[in-house]
Design a protein around this ligand. Structure first.
Ligand SMILES: [Zn+2]
Length: 265
């Protein structure tokens, strides 16, 4: 599932290529035909992201809410686009840029009241205005492991399975430590880490958490495919910092990875 950095990147690029323009909107698959007909030819005023949710604001007040879910995907074409695949729920086109959306969990028109309801259920988003206070308060109310809490979108919005494993490694925190037992400075450091990592991911479009020196490289851009993460999907392999075998288990229904030595329980 795409994590928050991908969603914010989509928002930024769609704002750049489609924002401020009258957009041709259609639903090649047909499942969003009525919504598309309502938006077709209208001006897209803004695109906003909160966690894994996208909100497209249109002239006239309609809001298009998109959540990619597990398999949803955007494809962007500049110049002549290929024909849409049969599963394309939404096509948006303006000024030579075409955006296709296939397989989303949600693609619906909503009003501002519904948007507020959706947002009320979301925790702070590290890529939006500072939410460190709300993050600390939310963790303080959870007895579950911090690894489980990070995936709860009402605690913090936009974190998925890769970032949760990687930021806990980077902060030396074991995923099973109860969220509410973290010390204040640990919570502050964890929030700052989330902000820094997601910002970098948003800019580059991929998740690279490894400090180049830890794998003998000089620059992040020089890291190979198998060198970009510390623990995610590295069960049994040596920790990049201490050599201990990376452990894997289930937490909150998803697999989690950690170094037993760098992240003591
Ligand atoms: Zn280690």
């Amino acid at each position: 599932m795409p994590e928050g950095h991908t969603i914010h990147r989509h928002a930024r690029l769609h704002r750049r290529h489609l924002g401020g323009r009258e957009v041709a909107v259609s639903s090649p698959q047909g499942r969003f035909a009525r919504g598309a007909a309502r938006l077709d030819g209208r001006r897209l005023e803004n695109v906003d992201a909160h966690g894994k949710n996208l909100f497209y604001r249109w002239e006239g007040g309609d809001i298009l809410h998109v959540h990619l879910g597990l398999v949803g995907k955007f494809r962007t074409h500049h110049g002549d686009p290929p024909p849409p695949t049969p599963g394309t729920r939404l096509a948006m086109q303006a000024d030579g840029t075409t955006v296709y959306l296939a397989g989303p969990m949600t693609c619906e028109l909503i009003d501002p009241i519904r948007e507020e309801e959706l947002r009320d259920r979301l925790g702070p988003d590290p890529l939006r205005a500072d939410g460190s206070g709300a993050f600390a308060a939310n963790l303080g109310r959870r007895a579950i492991g911090v690894g489980a809490a990070l995936l709860d979108q009402s605690v913090v919005a936009g974190i998925g399975n890769v970032y949760r494993a990687e930021v806990l490694f980077l902060e030396g925190i074991h995923p099973d430590v109860p969220a509410r037992s973290l010390r204040g400075e640990q919570v502050t450091a964890l929030w700052r880490r989330l902000v820094a990592e997601l910002r970098r991911g948003e800019r580059s479009g991929r998740i690279v958490t490894v400090e180049p020196a830890d794998v003998g490289a000089r620059r992040r851009s020089a890291l190979g495919r198998g060198e970009r993460l510390y623990v995610y999907k590295r069960a049994g392999e040596p920790c990049r910092r201490c050599g201990t075998a990376v452990a894997r288990w289930e937490l909150a229904g998803r697999k989690i990875w950690a170094c037993p030595a760098c992240q003591p329980a």
